[in-house]
Ligand binder design. Structure first.
Ligand code: MG
Length: 264
């Protein structure tokens, strides 16, 4: 099932995408069944439908926090010169205010000369949980979406820690929707800049897999419904500049597209 959030007459609703085409993509026949409330306690359509073409999708979830895993692909750790792959999942936080939805612009901050894309598989947590053993991780996963963990690479190096470089407004595009039935063990993760393929990885190359990440993170902090965990970026990260169009495509989910603009 694909769960989205839509803006209808300036009100926000969760919804279920129905009538997708053979490739699982929205088309002329696609409608969105509006849900009562949020989807974490059960999917309850309220009986209303809107046409996909008539509404605007927003970020599929507003997390209380975004936990991100650094250097979780060996080839990416090497290309960024940030040291070896860690022996445990390396965690950092991105603020909820960095989230934007599909189609919204990534705004380049004046403080950085080098902002890079990082395409990542994002876990969406479905229930309150702590100390989750990896054998039970599937019980707390609501679904998966595409993420772009934008990073001011110059500030990441010069600051010596990652908060500023990862936290600018618009630095966490999420979407376009949440896929609740993804088999995550080996999905293709790609990034294109202006239709040129820049990243072409697979979740099978993660150092720590989805279940291990949930175990590690939930042993540090309680996770809440809607919280998002970014699982790290495959190699091929690189710079973006104003005027670019960046897209993250994950097989079985879809494509998250965002334009890039300068901060005024
Ligand atoms: Mg990352």
């Amino acid at each position: 099932m694909k769960i989205c959030r839509v803006s209808v007459n300036d009100e926000l609703f969760f919804g279920v995408l129905e009538g997708l085409d053979a490739n699982g993509e929205p088309g002329d026949e696609t409608v969105i069944a509006i849900l009562e409330g949020h989807p974490f306690n059960g999917i309850n359509p309220d009986g209303r439908f809107v046409r996909y073409q008539d509404v605007r999708l927003v970020a599929p979830v507003l997390p209380s926090k975004i936990v991100a895993i650094g250097k979780n692909y060996a080839a990416h750790a090497a290309e960024t010169n940030l040291g070896d792959v860690p022996s445990e999942p390396l965690m950092f936080l991105k603020p909820s205010t960095s989230v934007i939805g599909p189609g919204e612009p990534i705004i380049l901050p004046w403080q950085s000369e080098l902002v890079e894309h990082e395409s990542e598989l994002a876990i969406v947590i479905g229930r309150v949980c702590a100390e989750v053993p990896k054998e039970r991780a599937h019980e707390v996963i609501f679904g998966f979406t595409c993420a772009n963990d934008l990073t001011a690479r110059d500030l990441q190096h010069s600051d010596g820690q990652w908060t500023r470089s990862k936290s600018f407004d618009t630095f966490c595009p999420l979407g376009p929707w949440i896929e609740t039935e993804l088999e995550w063990e080996d999905v293709a993760i790609q990034c294109r800049v202006n239709d040129e393929l820049k990243q072409d990885g697979t979740s099978a190359d993660m150092v720590f897999d989805v279940a291990s990440i949930i175990e590690a993170v939930s042993n540090v902090m309680t996770l809440l419904p809607g919280d998002v965990i970014l699982t790290g970026s495959p190699s091929g990260t690189g710079p973006i500049t104003a005027g670019d169009n960046v897209s993250v495509t994950i097989s079985g989910i879809g494509t998250l597209k965002n334009p890039v603009i300068d901060r005024e």
